[in-house]
Design a protein around this ligand. Structure first.
Ligand code: NDP
Length: 491
């Protein structure tokens, strides 16, 4: 290991402690800015996966019987520890992902803590229904956990994804085995340490490392009752097909190609801010990004000019430098995918207004820095308008009429997010109700507070994370009919 170091004590976390199995294939976490390894971990062997699943199964029933307010108290303590360790977690998240420290200090562990806090409070307040039937009978419902949850994460928001799955799972009495993306193995382990320190009984939150095959092993395990995945649409389809064999519950948070519609009457600076936040945060590696920016005729010239001014001022650099606004792509492979789309945009005849070039950053020569790109003169059927790129590439599209832009915005297989900028609130609500997306914004973009349900329509996902909506996806209802009179039988 050279330079920065974020080596964990061991690769996996099972039964409340770090566990190693050096028989598993070694892989490295590379600091994307320099390409230097910051940690080495071993992929989980079959024995490790089985140990984690058994540990979860064995711990779950006592946890299910623990009163909600006691479960909640542990999550609240976890939130407190996450906040105390925020800066340290931000640094590891930056080393693992290459995201600018000015983002990770304020978003990643903060979002994890918010989630623990929200579901900690919620666990204490969950009640059930009493259903009066007649003078001699009534019914009530019990909200029960599902059992063992397998969580599988993407690489762009590692601790956030892990905690968005852990907090509702644990609040509702489930146990979890989580597999982070093999590119970002580190902060899920820190979350596991935090949960133990907060008082979570051993075995309820386990982390196993590995690639897709380890994820697939979790999904097909008979011990697992529910699978929750954040990832791409093709992986979501595979996970759902595998889960279907044993009819497991499934939550899928998948990709998108979301529309952002800017009407003539929008506040110019806010609309430009919205478009920037919808495209360039985390170097564009955000699932809900509004990468199809539809701009109405009357504001187009002023919007485009201001957008280019502010885009060209974005400072790329070493992500650990607090002045850096945008880091590199997570990997060489992701950079090649993005560069491939930029080349495709050009060959399909689009105009590149700015960016889209590889930039060398002093001290980080091996990092894959791509300047934020804006394309215009696009057809709706261009490849870069239709496919998720997962990089800093914005597509500007022109429109005149409201009805026309709604149809074009909906003309996609995805439905994760959508946004509208206008001062006319009647129009804003009218348009939003017609957009086919699970998470939408009026006069903002990409803000995801824990109290608001998050998830996709169409091929962008199934189920919801965050808010009370998540309760339905991490628990099941038992109806109890109670008879106090005689049983009425015709025999
Ligand atoms: P992938 O779909 O490639 O991977 C997601 C996770 O699934 C990884 O941990 C991966 O392992 C694992 N995996 C891969 N194959 C299988 C399988 N057959 N069975 C079980 N698990 C498997 O996504 P990325 O990590 O590349 O993340 C980017 C994608 O995630 C984008 O499409 C993005 O839009 C989406 N995303 C969605 C979000 C949302 O909330 N809707 C948020 C963030 C990202 P490994 O990669 O380690 O081999």
């Amino acid at each position: 290991m050279t330079g920065e170091n974020a080596q964990p004590k061991a690769s996996h976390y099972i039964g409340g402690q770090y566990v190693e199995d050096t028989d598993g294939k070694v892989f490295e976490s590379l600091y994307p800015a320099t390409g230097q390894p910051v940690a080495r971990v071993h992929s989980a062997t079959d024995a490790i996966v089985e140990k984690a699943l058994a540990s979860a199964r064995d711990a779950q029933s006592a946890w299910a019987e623990t009163p909600g307010f006691e479960r909640g108290r542990i999550l609240l303590k976890a939130a407190e520890i996450l906040r105390k360790r925020n800066d340290e977690i931000a640094r590891v998240e930056t080393l693992d992902t290459g995201k600018a420290i000015q983002e990770t200090l304020y978003v990643d562990a903060v979002s994890a803590a918010d989630n623990m806090e929200y579901f900690g409070h919620l666990a204490a307040t969950l009640t059930s229904e009493h259903i009066p039937l007649n003078p001699t009978s009534f019914a009530y419902t019990l909200r029960e956990p599902l059992g063992v949850v397998a969580g599988i994460g993407a690489w762009n928001y590692p601790i956030q994804v892990a905690s968005w799955k852990a907090a509702p799972s644990l609040a509702l009495g489930n146990a979890l085995v989580f597999k982070p993306s093999e590119m970002t193995p580190l902060t899920a382990l820190i979350l596991a340490e935090v949960m133990t320190e907060a008082g979570l009984p051993d075995g309820l939150f386990n982390v196993v490392q590995g690639m897709g095959d380890v994820g697939a092993q979790l999904v097909s395990s008979p011990i697992v009752d529910k699978v929750t995945l954040t990832g791409s649409v093709p992986t979501g389809a595979k996970v759902m097909a595998s889960a279907a064999e044993s009819l497991k519950h499934v939550t899928l948070e998948l990709g998108g190609k979301s529309p952002l519609i800017i009407f003539d009457d929008a506040d110019l600076e806010n609309a430009v801010s919205g478009a920037l936040m919808a495209n360039f945060y985390s170097s564009g590696q955000v699932c809900s990004n509004g990468t199809r920016v539809f701009v109405q005729d009357g504001i187009r010239e002023a919007f485009t000019q201001r957008l280019i001014e502010r885009t060209t001022a974005i400072k790329l650099g070493d992500p650990l430098d607090p002045d850096t606004q945008m880091g590199p792509m997570i990997s060489k492979r992701q950079a090649e995918i993005v560069a491939g789309y930029i080349a495709k945009g050009l060959t399909e005849g689009a105009t590149l207004l700015t960016g889209g070039e590889r930039q060398t950053v002093s001290g980080c020569e091996a990092g894959e820095f791509i300047t934020p790109a804006i394309f215009s003169a696009l057809r709706d059927d261009a490849t870069i308008v239709r496919e998720e790129i997962f990089g800093p590439v914005m597509c500007l599209l022109e429109f005149s009429a409201e009805e026309d832009v709604i149809a074009r915005a909906n003309d996609t297989e995805f439905g994760l997010a959508a946004g509208v900028f206008t001062r006319d609130l009647a129009r804003a609500h009218r348009v939003i109700t017609k957009l086919q997306a699970g998470t939408t914004w009026i006069n903002n973009f990409n803000v995801t507070p824990v109290g608001v349900p998050f998830g996709g329509h169409k091929r962008s996902g199934i189920g919801r994370e965050n808010a009370e909506a998540a309760v339905a996806y991490y628990s099941q209802i038992k109806s109890v009919y109670v008879e106090m009179g005689d049983v009425d039988a015709p025999y």
